[in-house]
Design a protein around this ligand. Structure first.
Ligand code: FAD
Length: 495
């Protein structure tokens, strides 16, 4: 709120005479145009623009910087004030408290959302060019900007998902089986460190920080600009097919056969199995994409041959159009709980995992079948990106995750917050049991995709000892006061 004089003085004059100014009042004095309190419309607009779970949290103030210099000044002040704060990019994390905070300060980067094609590459056609993206950008508008130029970058698959969290957590894209994790597409991070300096991290400068940020999320600084390598990309083929539960076996077989067949780097899929309460109905769905729209999609034929279908959509469109209907966004007013694991394919493993999901359907139906609770209990598989030594994810490229690994995601969608603890236990026990099965089958992988993980899951030990030690060393070097371990409360920490 705008005061005719500094907010801290206003409090002394009109408020609690003996109270000392709060950290937010001090920030409001320093950044009068950028700090918002709960009686400001900007504050409420910021809170309501999160996915539902973060809207449950209410920081004392929200700061909306507009440049890297603003972020640097802010970090300097937050260091002096020693106040807890959250860093928010697109605000799409499903883990409560990862990008918002109760009391404390939330840095909302949404005003830093520009997208600039600064270099078209050596041939001037967009191949090997550079796209600069602000940390408050969402993937949809990024694609809207580059699609008409027939250029793309490794990016997200849903319009409203943020660039910053998705990229710093790894990132799975339409193009990942061919080109790697989304973070592998970054050529430079502009970062504000805890000492309030702005540095660039790339293949020749601050190299350790460059690697650490590719998977280490908010542990080292606040990214204020991403530079992405661009490539030429026209429209691609995509299809979403809905089946009844009678096709569950066929869909599991299609995933199994696809992963066991010779690798096709143009193909990408997500297969999901869904159970709905209170209706007590089951469905399954496949989302499949092929990067070369005119080439035969033989490796995906089995998904297309499953009958009967309840619905089928098919299109040849740019990535920016595919994100409008690729994967369902989170409906407003809905809580999500996600947990994840990774496995290698075998002829039998998916058929051993499926009963674990079904057993929980029975338990949920028994408990909630006669109530009106709206709950979706789902799980699914998708292909994994190619690996690289230059990120911190710790996956050996020689393991060829793009060929034989699968990401498995268990998830709840529900609208009654009081169910959170119980459903959280269900999804975590599901993943625990799944890991017992994959270990017995000899196909367990320790890596877990950070952006699909539950906050209770241990992510960084899954990156491997070497990677974790390297990230810790980088954190000590670039953040010696441990601001991003202690003051930034949300997210997976290194210690
Ligand atoms: C509907 C839906 C679809 C999705 N689709 C995909 C997909 O296709 N591929 C995929 O890989 N993932 C996908 N995800 C997962 C997604 O990657 C994560 O939710 C991710 O955290 C979103 O990024 P964000 O910027 O919106 O998140 P936020 O909630 O803003 O942030 C997430 C984390 O990143 C940190 N962070 C944010 N900005 C910065 C910054 N500038 N510097 C340092 N740290 C920062 C935050 O502090 C927080 O810990 C999807 C999620 C949803 C809900």
């Amino acid at each position: 709120m705008a005061f005719p004089f500094p907010r801290s003085i206003a409090i002394l004059l009109f408020g609690a005479i003996f109270a000392t100014a709060s950290p937010c009042d001090t920030l409001a004095d320093q950044f009068p145009e950028q700090v918002f309190f709960d009686d400001d419309s900007e504050y409420n607009a910021s809170i309501s623009s999160y996915t539902w779970v973060q809207t449950q949290l209410h920081p004392t103030c929200i700061v909306q910087p507009e440049s890297a210099e603003d972020v640097a000044q802010l970090v300097k002040s937050l260091g002096h004030l020693n106040t807890a704060f959250a860093v928010r990019g697109g605000g799409h994390s499903v883990n409560k408290g990862f990008s918002n905070i109760d009391q404390g300060v939330t840095i909302d980067l949404r005003k830093m959302n520009t997208t600039d094609l600064v270099d078209l590459g050596p041939a001037g056609d967009g191949e090997d060019g550079t796209l600069e993206i602000g940390p408050g950008a969402l993937w949809g508008p990024v694609y809207d900007y580059i699609d008409p130029k027939n250029i793309s970058v490794l990016g997200g698959r849903v319009y409203d998902v943020g660039v910053a969290g998705l990229t710093t957590g790894g990132g799975i894209s339409f193009f990942s089986t061919e080109r790697g994790f989304v973070c592998d597409g970054v050529t430079n991070f502009e970062v504000v460190l805890s000492n309030a300096t702005v540095v660039n991290a790339n293949a020749t400068s601050n190299v350790g920080l460059f690697q650490a940020l590719k998977g280490g999320q908010n542990n080292f600084g606040i990214v204020t600009k991403f530079s992405f390598l661009t490539f030429k990309q026209g429209p691609m083929w995509g299809s979403s097919i809905l089946f009844s539960n009678k096709s569950e076996h066929d869909l599991l077989q299609a995933v199994t056969d696809h992963k066991l067949a010779p690798f096709d780097s143009s193909a990408m899929f997500v297969a999901q199995f869904l159970y709905f309460l209170p209706d007590q109905t089951r469905q399954c769905v496949s989302n499949i994409w092929y990067l070369k729209p005119d080439a035969p999609k033989t490796s995906l034929d089995q998904f297309l041959s499953i009958e009967p279908r309840l619905n089928l959509t098919e299109s040849v469109e740019s990535a920016g159009k595919q994100v409008l209907h690729a994967i369902q966004p989170i409906p407003p007013g809905t809580f999500e709980l996600w947990a994840t694991t990774t496995l290698r394919i075998s002829k039998t493993v998916l058929f051993k995992l499926h009963p674990l999901w079904e057993a929980r359907i029975d338990a949920l139906t028994e408990k909630y079948g006669k109530t009106n609770k709206t709950i979706m209990w789902a799980y699914g598989f998708q292909g994994m990106p190619t690996a690289s030594d230059s990120n911190s994810l710790g996956i050996n490229p020689a393991a060829h995750p793009e060929e034989s690994w699968l990401n498995m995601l268990g998830l709840f969608q529900y609208n009654d917050a009081s169910l959170t603890e119980e459903l959280q236990n269900v999804v975590l026990s599901f993943i625990d049991e799944a890991e017992k099965v994959t270990k017995e089958e000899g196909v367990y992988e320790a890596y877990k995709y950070l952006n699909y993980a539950h906050w209770k899951q241990d992510i960084f030990s899954g990156y491997g000892k070497e990677s974790l030690e390297r990230m810790r060393k980088v954190a000590k070097e670039y953040d010696p006061v441990a601001m991003f371990q202690k003051q930034v409360t949300g997210g997976y920490k290194l210690w």
